[in-house]
Design a protein around this ligand. Structure first.
Ligand SMILES: [Zn+2]
Length: 392
């Protein structure tokens, strides 16, 4: 059994309020961590009290935070939409229909092309500190193309989400209810074995309340957990539907009324904010302060996708959350780690306390505050997924 001591951590964020300073981040200065042979944290505390271990590594005074948990990403696709982005930046508004461009490219792509693009993106996320990622289907929209997307995603993460109800594909434009029947029938049959979650884009131009309810109910009946793309482009029923059905997360939450906020506050449904989307579509940001004031659990994620937000960077999303949504640096870091874990109903990630996975990020900075204070700077120097990179 090889145990590893990571010593001389300048500032350790545990996300365990019983450790350290008593804040939600559970911060400890001059700290150390011990990781067991299975890649689990077995001890966290002051350096001076650290137990012996087989191997000692020196953090050199750097800040250590839990690996980022990106609970919302669309990574299985082909092509890009740089031209659409250019048009949008020239003043054209974002509409949900652009998804169909990527659907056409994805259907045409051989498995090897999709697999290579997915692997490249997962590596890109990892380099920026993401150690848990949720990956959605949703650019195939046929039984074959949705199930192959999820099979590819499964090679990288257990957090796979069936999003056949992303948009109604062109061949069903005249009969969207027949497409809902396909999603809730044969497509769910084929995709269920590869998916942990089911998701629906509940929005004008995508799926209305009745269709979204049918999709989520069918997934829940198969034992999948529910997540919802809700209230992104305008007010709508998505958030309340998510809360009513016990979804783990309502994502976007950009256009909320008081009833929506109250429903989130009274439920176990996390509000996942995706500020990269508002940045990339030049749209108003969600009101994070209103959600936090109401006691809603807030997560941050990238929504990495080729259309509305092609960033894979959780540090960038943290910076946006602080600058544009007025979250404190501590709130934003918590939302990008423990919040993401809550949105995936995980207790083993998003924290660095005894029993959690040793998924962690070393920052070339004395504090996590630098993630927002120094936007765009590559501060992530080492990423552990259960163990140091050199020993993986
Ligand atoms: Zn999305």
């Amino acid at each position: 059994m090889v145990t590893t001591l990571l010593d001389r951590i300048g500032l350790l964020v545990t996300n365990d309020p019983t450790l350290g300073d008593g804040s939600a981040l559970g911060q400890l200065a001059d700290a150390a961590l011990v990781v067991d042979a299975r890649g689990t944290v077995s001890w966290a505390g002051p350096s001076a009290q650290a137990p012996a271990a087989d191997v000692r590594l020196d953090a050199g005074g750097r800040c250590v935070v839990p690996g980022f948990v990106d609970s919302h990403a669309h990574l299985v696709f082909a092509g890009d939409r740089a031209a659409e982005f250019t048009a949008r930046m020239s003043g054209q508004p974002y509409a949900a229909g652009g998804i169909r461009t990527t659907v056409a490219a994805t259907r045409d792509a051989p498995d090897e092309v999709l697999a290579a693009n997915l692997a490249r993106l997962v590596a890109e996320l990892r380099r920026q500190g993401t150690t848990t990622v949720e990956i959605k289907s949703g650019y195939g929209l046929t039984v074959h193309d949705e199930s192959r997307a999820l099979a590819l995603a499964r090679a990288h993460t257990d957090e796979t989400t069936f999003l056949g109800a992303h948009v109604v594909p062109p061949e069903y434009a005249d009969d969207p209810s027949a497409y809902v029947d396909l999603v809730t029938g044969p497509m769910l049959d084929a995709c269920g074995p590869y998916a942990r979650w089911i998701d629906v884009f509940c929005e004008d131009g995508a799926f209305d309340s009745d269709a979204a309810r049918a999709v989520l109910t069918a997934g829940l009946a198969r034992g999948l957990g529910a997540r919802v793309h809700a209230n992104q482009l305008g007010p709508g029923p998505g958030v309340q539907l998510a809360c009513e059905l016990g979804a783990a997360s309502a994502d976007h939450c950009t256009h909320l009324d008081d009833v929506d906020v109250a429903a989130l506050a009274d439920s176990a449904t996390v509000a996942t904010l995706l500020p990269g989307v508002e940045f990339s579509t030049r749209s108003p940001y969600p009101d994070a302060r209103r959600l936090l004031a109401a006691g809603v659990t807030v997560a941050l994620a990238t929504d990495c996708n080729p259309g509305s937000c092609y960033t894979s960077s959780m540090p960038f999303c943290i910076a946006l959350a602080v600058r544009e949504m007025r979250m404190t640096p501590a709130e934003a870091l918590w939302a990008a780690t423990a919040g993401g874990a809550a949105a995936l109903r995980r207790t083993d990630v998003g924290r660095l306390a005894p029993g959690s996975r040793a998924d962690l990020v070393l920052l070339d900075a004395p504090s996590y505050v630098h993630l927002a204070y120094r936007p765009g700077v590559p501060l992530v120097t080492d990423v552990w997924a259960g163990r140091p990179p050199a020993t993986r």
